[in-house]
Design a protein around this ligand. Structure first.
Ligand SMILES: [Zn+2]
Length: 129
């Protein structure tokens, strides 16, 4: 079991991931593009918020299912609760201390196709394996 420690930029929000991160993904939806997000999917029980939970703000859009958190002070996105599987989080790998995402394979997610309330795909075709 690996343990990773993460934080937002100002340090108000800190969190821990317990489990092994073996890959990353990007997403082409309008939000992830603007965040330039590089993420990993983790089961919700891998994530523990160790400080600053009250500093997190929640942004929701489109269907309002996914929960996109950001630090209300520095604005950094540390993680979000997934829309396709709400028992999982997407974690911002650049928030993890001493973590080198370039060492891991990256898959290109295609969230753009999910971004319509009508006609969204049922299945999210991104890293599952
Ligand atoms: Zn912050």
């Amino acid at each position: 079991m690996m343990t990773y420690h993460g934080s937002c930029h100002c340090g108000a929000v800190t969190f821990r991931i317990e489990g092994e991160i073996t890959g990353s993904y990007t997403c082409d939806c309008s939000l992830c593009r603007k965040k330039n997000a590089l993420m990993a999917r983790v089961p919700q029980d891998w994530l523990t918020i160790t400080s600053g939970e009250d500093r997190l703000s929640l942004y929701q859009w489109n269907t309002g299912v996914a929960q996109h958190y950001f630090c209300r002070h520095c604005g950094i996105y540390p993680f979000h609760r997934n829309r396709s599987d709400p028992t999982e989080y997407g974690v911002n790998l650049h928030c993890l201390d001493g973590f080198d995402p370039a060492a891991l394979p990256t898959r290109l997610g295609t969230g753009k196709g999910m971004s319509l309330v009508t006609g969204a795909r049922d299945v999210w075709p991104d890293p599952r394996d």
